[in-house]
Design a protein around this ligand. Structure first.
Ligand SMILES: *Cc1c(COP(=O)(O)O)cnc(C)c1O
Length: 440
């Protein structure tokens, strides 16, 4: 793979050359890719690669594509259920009782954690609430939650309702980090300043990494250090980070993190979420938590006793026995992440997004601007592009030509070439439509 600074060229031949040198290119074959025909409803839905011309799918930040093995893995569980009934918990090819454990090490590798720090359970917003039960414990002096301005709506509702639940007015308890006037991104120094100034009243710092709208990846280490210095907990919402950034959650020393697996982690609509709790809280059974039987000591779970005895580590926050079909889908997907390695994926991702940036910038001045940071260390695969005119017309052109990306009112298009299945040619095709529009 090309990793050093590359002199990019704006040509189809150059895009094809980058693809031919891409050592991860075979991963694309592991996925079903929608085609212009299938998107138009002209082919019969089936578990197979649809016929026709493959779309340029740049919406993996919203819903990742389907790994081919998902069907097989879910089918195996359907077969085991048919063959064994309840005994599938013990005698299936992948017994259901410990099924979530088959995903733990792979999940830990994706987010840079130790296995004891990670569990797959529930869905994202649910996990965020469960983590706040333990890590947002306001009192009269320290009751604030620090979030980004314009955080993802579900996060805004979650933090406001937590503040309310504890008897605080969210208007006082939820404080927002705002970019400077005329800027779109948060500066690390400004984040540190706010924590320094207000830290004594902040119970929890909660950041989306990367920010879903701007694509900005925060410099977690200094922020986590400052938060801890001021006695605050820090948590990350990694909906747009897991499977995208090269995360090092253990070393970054955050207290907790949560993520969904249907975006970059390709495990299907509404699929299960992940949760990280730092090792230092592993045996802290004094932390208040909401409990359920799947978080209980495995040795004694089926004695059905009345006393809750939490498992050490992240597993101790589980509530219910998990949905096996969804776990099967995620297992199929995580195997691909394991095969490729997050570091290698990010390296290709930097090149893909760098090429996208290069091509998009090659348009007449004033037509568009890129909001996402230019520094690869401060972003993942997503580029958020603001258009000065007619983004909706362009969206229509994208659709007509089989390009799938995402639009945020009033003027931002998010385009995300993911290293798992996108090509440099995809990026080139996307950018050539923009160029055609820009030079009209
Ligand atoms: C996608 C996303 C969510 C979605 O939450 P669910 O509970 O999975 O529906 C929440 N927060 C952020 C930042 C997201 O990007």
């Amino acid at each position: 793979m090309i990793t050093s600074a590359v002199m990019f060229e704006n040509s189809e031949a150059f895009a094809r050359e980058l693809d031919s040198k891409d050592e991860l290119s075979s991963l694309r074959e592991e996925f079903f890719i929608p085609t212009r025909e299938s998107m138009a409803g002209k082919t019969k839905p089936a578990i197979a690669q649809p016929e026709g011309e493959k779309c340029v799918y740049l919406a993996g930040n919203s819903l990742g594509l389907q790994p081919r093995n998902v069907h097989k893995y879910i089918s195996e569980e359907l077969e085991d259920w048919a063959s064994f009934g309840v005994e599938g918990h013990f005698h299936g090819r992948h017994p259901w009782l410990p099924y979530h454990e088959f995903l733990t090490e792979m999940s830990a590798r994706v987010v840079g954690a130790k296995p004891v720090e990670v569990v797959v359970m529930n869905t994202l917003t649910t996990n965020l609430h469960l983590m706040m039960v333990s890590f947002y414990r306001p009192d009269k002096e320290r009751f604030k939650i620090l979030v980004e301005q314009g955080a993802f709506p579900s996060d805004q509702y979650a933090v406001a309702s937590q503040a309310n639940f504890h008897g605080f007015n969210p208007k006082d308890a939820v404080i927002e980090l705002k970019p400077r006037d005329g800027e779109d991104l948060l500066r690390t120094e400004d984040i540190l300043d706010v924590i320094e100034r207000e830290g004594d009243t902040i119970a929890l710092v909660l950041l989306g990494n990367v920010n879903y709208l701007t694509g900005q990846a925060f410099e977690v280490v200094p922020i986590a250090e400052k938060a801890h210095e001021k006695g605050c907990y820090i948590g990350l919402n990694l909906a747009h980070g897991a499977g995208n950034l090269h995360l090092q959650l253990h070393d970054w020393n955050v207290d907790f993190a949560v993520w969904c697996s249907y975006k970059y982690l390709n495990s299907g609509p509404g699929s299960l979420a992940g949760c990280f709790v730092h090792e230092r809280h592993k045996d802290n059974f004094d932390l208040p938590r909401f409990a359920g039987w799947w978080g209980h000591n495995k040795e004694t779970r089926f004695r059905m006793g009345p006393e809750f005895e939490p498992l050490p580590g992240a597993e101790g926050w589980q509530l219910s026995n998990p949905p096996i079909f969804q776990l099967a889908a995620l297992r199929a997907s995580l195997e691909l992440f394991d095969k490729a390695g997050m570091k290698q994926l990010r390296a290709k991702g930097d090149l893909l997004t760098g090429y996208l940036e290069f091509l998009v910038k090659d348009t007449p001045a004033g037509y568009l601007s890129i909001i996402t940071p230019a520094d690869p260390a401060q972003r993942g695969s997503q580029l958020s592009i603001r258009f000065s005119s007619n983004p909706k017309e362009m969206l229509k052109a994208f659709k007509d030509e089989g390009v799938i990306c995402d639009f945020r009112e009033p003027d931002i298009i998010r385009a995300t070439p993911v290293p798992m299945y996108n090509t440099f040619l995809d990026v080139y095709r996307f950018a050539s439509i923009i160029r055609r529009f820009a030079s009209k």
